[in-house]
Design a protein around this ligand. Structure first.
Ligand code: C5P
Length: 302
């Protein structure tokens, strides 16, 4: 039985409001605030055939996880662009994005950025904490490209005077319109405090990832983040990073040649899409041995 109230509480604990959470979550140590150095817990993951699908997106499928409040995030090879108008398959993309996102989320966890990532389960799946997704895409830009260049007539590659943060309302029917902080708080998609937290986490993530990619000769031009509300067992509500970070939602250019190593290769029919994703993984030192082959994952993870 779904015990959720009809309207989710978006105010969070900072305003003194106690939020709803799933009763089964109470006893699970997965739901303590994630801390560095937490020992891994043995988790039995049911085979894919027995999993209940919760949601299918353009590039990922979410299945019910092995414990209440967990999900299994499965990475597909499917690619879409221009709000689903362009479709394709990039062989091995799911395997690479699973690894790349695992790597980046792990690094972010290590510097204290809370994320939904728990652990990678196999080549295409990772275990994540279930969150209530905030229906906002946060785009952080360091260099003019894509829609910013089109909208304001700024040539691609122009260094921006400072990082620019934009918000888009996640709604395919409306074509994900750009929105202001006023829209977000007035329409109740997030509270003022939540938005403050989202902005400060986004800027921190941008600083950290810009440096990380610079270290492997990649320019982090722009990227998109999604956040969710995580309900702790002590009924505290925390904003944490969700979704994925991969060349599907980042623009990454080679520092010297300017070569695009991201989804723009698919969007703009530049060819060599899988190779570009592999190159990002190679530079990060995580290219699966022998390339992004599919190897069935173990069913029981330690
Ligand atoms: O298209 P635009 O220039 O606005 O994209 C900015 C950044 O956000 C790009 O890195 C793009 O990959 C990412 N993005 C995304 N999902 C969307 C829209 C943009 O990952 N729906």
């Amino acid at each position: 039985m779904d015990t959720r109230p009809p309207t989710p509480d978006i105010r969070g604990s900072r305003s003194g409001t106690r939020a709803w959470r799933h009763p089964a979550v109470r006893d699970s140590s997965l739901f303590r605030r994630p801390g560095p150095g937490d020992p891994p817990r043995p988790i039995r993951v049911p085979p894919m055939a027995r999993r209940k699908q919760i949601y299918e997106g353009k590039a990922k499928i979410l299945f019910e996880g092995p414990e209440p409040g967990t999900l299994v995030q499965y990475f597909k090879d499917d690619a879409t662009a221009f709000n689903n108008k362009k479709h394709g398959t990039i062989t091995g993309k799911g395997v690479l994005n699973n690894r790349i996102s695992e790597y980046l989320m792990t690094r972010l966890n290590e510097i204290g950025v809370p994320t939904h990532f728990v652990r990678r389960l196999n080549m295409r799946e990772q275990l994540v904490r279930e969150v209530e997704i905030i229906p906002i895409e946060v785009v952080i830009r360091n260099v003019a490209a894509g829609s910013l260049s089109t909208k304001f007539g700024i040539p691609e590659g122009t260094q921006l005077p400072r990082s620019i943060v934009e918000y888009y309302y996640k709604n395919d029917e409306l074509n994900d319109p750009m929105v202001s902080e006023e829209h977000i708080t007035a329409f109740g998609w997030a509270s003022v405090q939540e938005l403050d937290e989202i902005l400060s986490l986004s800027l921190r993530i941008n600083d950290y990832l810009s440096g990380l990619f610079l270290g492997v000769q990649l320019r982090l031009v722009d990227f998109k983040l999604e956040f969710g509300r995580f309900y702790h067992e002590d009924e505290d509500v925390q904003i944490i990073l969700a979704d994925e970070i991969s060349p599907d939602n980042c623009r990454l250019w080679d520092m010297t040649s300017g070569e695009k190593l991201d989804k723009d290769r698919f969007r703009r029919d530049l060819g060599g899409v899988a190779e570009a994703y592999q190159e990002v993984a190679r530079r990060l030192g995580i290219l699966p041995e022998g390339g992004p082959r599919d190897i069935p994952g173990p069913r029981t993870m330690q």
